[in-house]
Design a protein around this ligand. Structure first.
Ligand code: SF4
Ligand code: SF4
Length: 299
């Protein structure tokens, strides 16, 4: 009979090969909002976008194996070729997901749901309280969730000002059957130093994207990012994951010029903080063995 693996053995083994890979394509830097906590607000030019969308789609469709493309930006619905790109990717056999600030018209949001119905992905709507009206947002969320065949959720950044309101907002959205997940605020791309009380509130709200942790960390554990998930920017450059792009490490090449080279296996994570929702939610590392980089140290 096989004996159970101890923690050290589990920590050294990658999770099972992810059959469906995920590309997080930041297709533009354009956005109609200017949120105070936006990680892109220091980008020199907020008008950049993927130009040759056909070449991107051809490159993505040509990736070996099954892939999902998660579109984000900036605000992807502001890309002038957004819905055409979605239609082309679906026609090429890709699953398409999106992260949106949900400010576009109900008609265009429903069109996204319609286009992706044959192989639906995730529609994640970000509630930006500096701009959005909660009542209007929730009405739209209920309508889009009902029309979208895949999963739907709402996220909201837990700034210090917003944190006390989030429990009530979760309850209000929950009453309408809409899941609201919280995301800790980042400044300079790291989670801000919450107080002990604030951390307790955040964990009670589910932690970062319902992971139960404020600042998840998987440093030293094998992770499939770089092999079965990667970040793609509007110029075609690819990195293993968001921390890799931020630190300009583990560059994977460019999708458009034929230099993209994905890893063949899981590799050890070398980052102190993982803000990569996709690899965490798709089992690309052993999530249960991670820790919270903001948890108080054990005595
Ligand atoms: S909606 Fe998103 S991309 Fe736009 S400013 Fe806010 S955080 Fe940044
Ligand atoms: S930061 Fe997250 S996604 Fe990146 S290698 Fe580490 S565990 Fe994987």
């Amino acid at each position: 009979m096989n004996r159970p693996l101890d923690r050290g053995e589990r920590a050294s083994r990658p999770t099972p090969y992810p059959l469906e890979g995920v590309v997080s394509w930041n297709m533009n830097t354009t956005c109609n909002y200017r949120c105070s906590y936006c990680t892109q607000r220091f980008v020199d030019d907020r008008r950049q976008r993927a130009k040759d969308v056909d070449a991107f789609v051809a490159g993505l469709v040509g990736l070996p194996g099954d892939w999902e493309v998660k579109l984000s930006g900036g605000e992807p619905f502001r890309h002038p070729g957004f819905l055409d790109a979605v239609a082309a990717m679906v026609a090429g056999g890709l699953r398409v997901s999106v992260v949106t600030n949900f400010s576009d018209s109900l008609e265009r949001l429903l069109r996204f749901a319609e286009l992706t119905a044959s192989r639906p992905g995730v529609l994640s709507a970000s509630l930006h309280l500096e701009y959005a009206d909660v009542g209007e947002f929730l009405t739209k969320a209920v309508a889009v969730q009902a029309a979208h065949a895949g999963s739907f959720n709402v996220t909201c950044v837990a700034t210090r000002d917003v944190l006390p309101r989030l429990g009530e907002l979760q309850r209000r959205f929950g009453e309408e059957g809409v899941r609201l997940k919280v995301q800790p605020e980042k400044q300079d791309r790291d989670v801000i130093e919450y107080t002990g009380d604030e951390r307790t509130q955040l964990v009670a709200l589910g932690g970062h994207n319902a992971t139960g942790r404020v600042a998840p960390s998987f440093a030293g554990l094998p992770c499939w990012a770089g092999a079965r998930s990667f970040i793609l920017d509007h110029e075609g450059h690819a990195w293993r994951c968001y921390p890799a792009r931020r630190q300009r490490t583990e560059y994977l090449g460019n999708l458009l010029d034929g230099t993209l080279l994905l890893h063949e296996s899981a590799r050890l994570c070398q980052y102190a903080y993982c803000n990569c929702t996709v690899p965490q939610e798709r089992g690309m590392m052993n999530v249960s063995l991670g820790r919270d980089a903001q948890a108080p140290s054990a005595p």
